[in-house]
Design a binder for this molecule. Sequence first.
Ligand code: E4P
Length: 217
Amino acid sequence: MKFFIDTANLAQIKEANELGILDGVTTNPSLMAKEGIKGHDAVINHYKTICEMVNGDISAEVISTEFKAIVEEGKKLAAIHPNIVVKVPMIKDGVKAIKWFTDNGIRTNCTLCFSAGQAILAAKAGAAYISPFIGRIDDSGWDGVVLIEQISRIYKLQGFKTKVLAASIRNALHIVKCAEAGADVCTCPLESILGLLKHPLTDIGLAKFLEDAKKTA
Ligand code: E4P
C-alpha cells in the first residue's frame, strides 16, 4: 500500500518525506485555504513547490463544476508538472471530464466518493484513482472501511485498473484497516502516519535496553 500525505502544509510534507515512506500528496481547496494560499498564481506556485519536494503523484483539485470549465482548469493543473493528478469531483460533468482526461493522457483522482456505484462510474471513465472518504462515512454513522473492502473486491473481480485511494483518514487504526481491506493507497494526515509508530511496549522496551546498555559500557 502506498502512503500519501493529505495536506498542503509544506512543513508537514517535508517531515513525512524525510521519514522516507512518502509516495505522494493529496490536497483539496479546504486544505489550501487552511494554509492561507490565496489567488490563482499562489495556488499554482504552491503545487509547483510540492512537486519539487516530493517525487510522487500530487493531486491538485479543480474548483469548476461544468464539463468545459473542468477540462480547461484540469489542463492548466496538469501542465504544472508531470506528477500532477487532476482531482475531479464525483458529479455528472466530473465523470464526463474524467473520460475526456483519460482519452487525452491526463491522469485523474475522482474525489468525494461515498458509494460503490460512484466508484464503478469513476473506473469506467478511466480514473487513475478513486477517493472514498472513509472518515466522513464513519462520521455519518456508517462504516467507511467496509466501502474500501467492497470497492477493492469489485475492481479486482471486474479487472478495473483504477487504484483505491482511501481518503479522509482520521487515525492510525484507519490506516491499518484500509491496508487489510485492500486499499492501494492511503492518504493520511501527518498525525495518523506518526500514530503508527506508537506502542507503549516499544517505549518500555527501549528504556530497558538503554538502561542495560549502561552496564555494558
Ligand atoms: C483527500 O483527498 C480528501 O481531500 C481528504 O482526505 C478529506 O478529508 P477530511 O474528511 O478529513 O476533510
